[in-house]
Design a binder for this molecule. Structure first.
Ligand SMILES: [Zn+2]
Length: 493
């Protein structure tokens, strides 16, 4: 709210300037380090479908970084590329204004990325050209490219607004960009979900062709989902709520990176009444901002690691601790200790299954008896693409794929697929949804863990006692026309 008010003031100030021809709606500001000089930039309103011609106009900015360059080439070959109309069509028509600067090119990329709801923007130098690729719903494709001669200018701009060392080109760097929106309601894409700001984690890396930059969308403010919005079946939702209700112990979300486990973690956190509990998080980085919660971000450069942070948290009298990810033995150890003294610990682990997670924790030096006592529940998750509702139609099962992976599909059960339309960029998919399996660590499962059973028998036990397996949950979503059989097979093999 504070940020919004700040934006209001700035907008008002610019609007009073008789030379300003437009009211900027978005500002780009570096998060770290704090700006020494005024590097804040303003951006045009998020493009509502029409009138688009006014959208990407430029806000006043220092002349120093107005390096002129020709318009980049558009890539026409792929579906997403053909939707990148913004680069040319929305810029002002007069020849002078059509000139290209790193700032307006980046603003165009941000706008287009927002419209398409991308999760990552890749700006990658090839030998002769720079390739811009968007990851949308887990799938990456090239959306634009331009001559390599301009690469360094754009990279410098990215580094300035994300607080990185511009002259340092030979080592990887990490930074942040925060975009603030004034008119969230008029924005499409991310804005449609009510975001008023967006955070990118920026990562640069030297390659043989120059520096590559990848911008990952981190927080969609006000977009923390609740447990009933992430695709949990009734049975899984009931079980997860029951586990959280117990109010102590470790609740672990597990999955590959990009499996949606962080979203689920926040949704679980959202379930807890922050008025009645002290909730503290330790994250790397903070991906969503949640009111009423003490969120802390580790900073290894300054010597602030997960283990030091957790030791400090112990003295902050928390009821609920959220640890972004368990990565090392020490963190695992402290997490277990916190759980054993009656705190609720929500965290994630990068493994592919429930048993895999237990084995991994065991490999981190945690004894079986501590695991049995500390764990309350484990959630395994995958993301599958959702069929575009505008072009969904009945389809035929992918027999070849099913044969390859020995998958049976009941005769007569319907499957669906998207035909491809303008709404989904001809892909047949829009957005993604989670498929879940949840294991509650009850007395019986505790005993199984304590018995030091081999992995296979643990797996068999889990398969029998989870709410439903990932594949069962997925197949259910296939029958309901939410996703395709191919998606579920791909996510669960
Ligand atoms: Zn469609």
């Amino acid at each position: 709210m504070l940020l919004k008010r700040k934006g209001d003031l700035e907008t008002a100030a610019i609007a009073r300037d008789p030379n300003a021809q437009y009211v900027p709606q978005i500002q780009v500001m570096p998060q770290t380090p704090p700006p020494q000089v005024n590097t804040q930039q303003t951006m045009a309103p998020a493009p509502a479908p029409a009138p688009r011609a006014e959208a990407f106009t430029e806000a006043p900015r220092p002349v120093s970084d107005m390096q002129r360059m020709p318009m980049p080439e558009r890539t026409e070959q792929n579906a997403v590329g053909s939707r990148l109309v913004a680069t040319r069509e929305v810029l002002p028509a007069s020849s002078e204004e059509e000139e290209f600067t790193p700032t307006n090119w980046l603003n165009n990329i941000f706008m287009e990325a927002m419209r398409l709801n991308v999760s990552d923007i890749h700006i990658i130098p090839e030998r002769d050209y720079t390739s811009v690729r968007f990851r949308v719903d887990g799938v990456i494709s090239e959306v634009a490219k331009w001559d390599i001669d301009y690469h360094e200018m754009v990279l410098s701009r990215i580094k300035i607004i994300s607080g990185l060392q511009v002259v340092e080109k030979n080592i990887p760097q990490d930074g942040h960009i925060e975009l603030l929106f004034e008119q969230a309601k008029t924005a499409v894409g991310w804005g449609q979900k009510g975001a008023s700001s967006l955070n990118f984690r920026v990562s640069t890396m030297p390659t043989i062709n120059g520096e590559a930059a990848v911008l990952r969308v981190l927080s969609k403010e006000n977009c923390v989902l609740t447990l009933d919005q992430i695709g949990l079946s009734d049975k899984s939702l009931f079980t997860l709520r029951k586990i959280l209700q117990r109010g102590h112990g470790v609740v672990l979300m597990t999955g590959y990176s990009g499996s949606g486990k962080t979203t689920t973690l926040y949704a679980a956190l959202n379930e807890i009444d922050a008025n009645q509990k002290v909730i503290i998080t330790l994250e790397d980085p903070v991906e969503y901002r949640v009111p009423m919660i003490q969120q802390s971000q580790v900073n290894p450069m300054a010597g602030y690691h997960f283990d030091t942070g957790l030791k400090a948290i112990l003295r902050q009298d928390p009821d609920v601790i959220m640890i972004g990810e368990i990565r090392d033995d020490e963190t695992a150890n402290i997490a277990m200790r916190l759980a054993m003294v009656g705190r609720l610990v929500l965290t994630t682990l990068h493994t592919n299954s429930i048993v895999g997670a237990l084995t991994r924790v065991s490999d981190m030096g945690i004894t079986r008896s501590v695991i049995a006592a500390a764990f309350m529940g484990v959630v395994a998750e995958r993301l599958v693409r959702k069929i575009c509702p505008a072009c969904r139609q009945e389809s035929t099962p992918p027999y070849e794929l099913m044969k390859m992976f020995n998958i049976e599909w009941p005769e007569g059960d319907k499957v669906y697929a998207g035909r491809g339309c303008d709404a989904c960029g001809q892909t047949g998919f829009v957005d993604r949804v989670g498929i879940f399996e949840i294991m509650e660590v009850d007395r019986d499962f505790e005993n199984v863990i304590l018995q030091d059973s081999p992995t296979e028998s643990l797996e068999q036990y889990v398969k029998k006692h989870v709410t439903e397996t990932l594949r069962e949950d997925g197949f259910d979503k296939v029958r309901k026309g939410i996703t395709t059989l191919e998606e579920v097979i791909r996510a669960t093999i």
